[in-house]
Design a protein around this ligand. Sequence first.
Ligand code: NAD
Length: 512
Amino acid sequence: MHKSVQTALESLGVEPPLTGFAIGDQFQAGKGDLFAVHSPVDGSLLVELPATDAKQLDEAIAAASEAFFKWRVVPAPVRGDFVRLFGQCLREHKEALATLVTWEAGKIFQEALGEVQEMIDICDFAVGLSRQLYGKTIASERPGHRLTEQWHPLGPMGVISAFNFPVAVWAWNAAIAWVCGDPVVWKPSEKTPLTAIACQKLFAKTFANASDVPPAISNVVVGGADIGQLLASSPALPLISATGSVPMGRAVAKTVAARLGRSLLELGGNNAMIVASSADLDLAVRSITFSAVGTCGQRCTTLRRLIVHESIADKLRDRLLEVFDNLPIGGPHEAGTLVGPLIDQRAGQSMAETLVTAKEQGGIVHGGERVEDGVPAGGIYVRPALVEIDAQAPILQQETFAPILYLSRYHTLDRAISIHNDVPQGLSSAILTSDVREAELFCSAAGSDCGIVNVNIGTSGAEIGDAFGGEKETGGGRESGSDAWKRYMRRATNTVNFSGELPLAQGIRFDI
Ligand code: NAD
């Protein structure tokens, strides 16, 4: 194991033997099959971990259910105060956790720091929210009646997360769930269990300083799709929040729907940007590059389709090619690197196969080759690809989780918007333009059909204050800021009659 990983683990309190299962502050060895976790940086073995087995999962769910009865009656601002302490603990361990994210998920250290900052930000947001779980007072049609809405804790919830945001997605869910009164059972990606164990250690450390907190408001189980399915099928968990690919979302949605549970789905994106003729080209090159190659093209909001006005397409292509040809590709832990590795061999293969298909469909492929010089041996490093292709090519309909940017041309904005929306996914979108009418049209009901609609910035890099999520096959979920908290609570409508009469709604007469 690399020295910096060891140091990070030590400072996070993660010491061998690693367990693979935690109920609150009780860490135990998983009783399932051993699975290996390799670092995308250099393919080195990070850990061999026993998966949590079905019985242990049941124990975690039972503990979370038990904790719920205590946690739901702790006043929300007191719950918020615990989240404040957790945010403080994250601040103190920001660099160590980011180092682990870099080695386990492969994102460059700057982006890993950003991911931990996102955790801190959502804690701050949740602290404020804990005093703002507002319900409405509604005018009653009956005299002497008061009609109000109250929001109550929903119950213990399950979180299934993807490898590419190994800690932030859990924090988006957990910080909001906790202030809403819900314990969490978390199943991280089988590719990134170490960061999850580290988060749970930080939770346990915070918990040690907190009163009023039942430890089982946070629990971790590890393993693959099988344990994810078991989690999703549990009727004891009224809400399952699942982040990952569209096929995973379909499987989870079906399981949760079969028991009439509630799911919150954050699935794949196929994000596009329209670059109008009036766009600022310097800004375009910078925003396109960050969105297309950040996290080596492995963000759900990664820019995958560029729809460029024909009058500037050649110029923009040439400028992008110059930047793509000179991108510093290398170890994500090394200063100056902008493009780190793909997560694994399979991701490299999927990128190579997609580029072959793109060529067969008439694409002109620039870049996209494996990089082996000047990068750590054992990792899968690639040069981001730019593919000039007709917007109708079938390959543009799919998300390939790698840095491939398709460039198509358009003549009228109406056509560009129709190309933009003509994919099954609906996560993030952007337009670069200096024409306010074009910008407003893109943001209007006749514009982008995505959950995230940006003007003069790229498709990636959302803030936690937003309600984050997308439409169509992206799953329709919203997490994080705005009023996303409502998904984590149940609404009770209270009618109180203080009149001494019994007038019926809708004026119904029912005299006995
Ligand atoms: P993945 O779908 O392979 O796995 C995600 C998680 O789901 C893992 O924990 C995995 O073990 C679990 N899982 C897989 N199949 C399952 C099943 N049938 N039942 C229950 N659990 C199951 O995704 P990944 O490769 O880790 O991540 C990449 C994908 O995630 C991309 O499609 C990306 O766009 C998407 N993503 C979306 C968002 C968003 O907010 N919309 C954020 C991050 C990633």
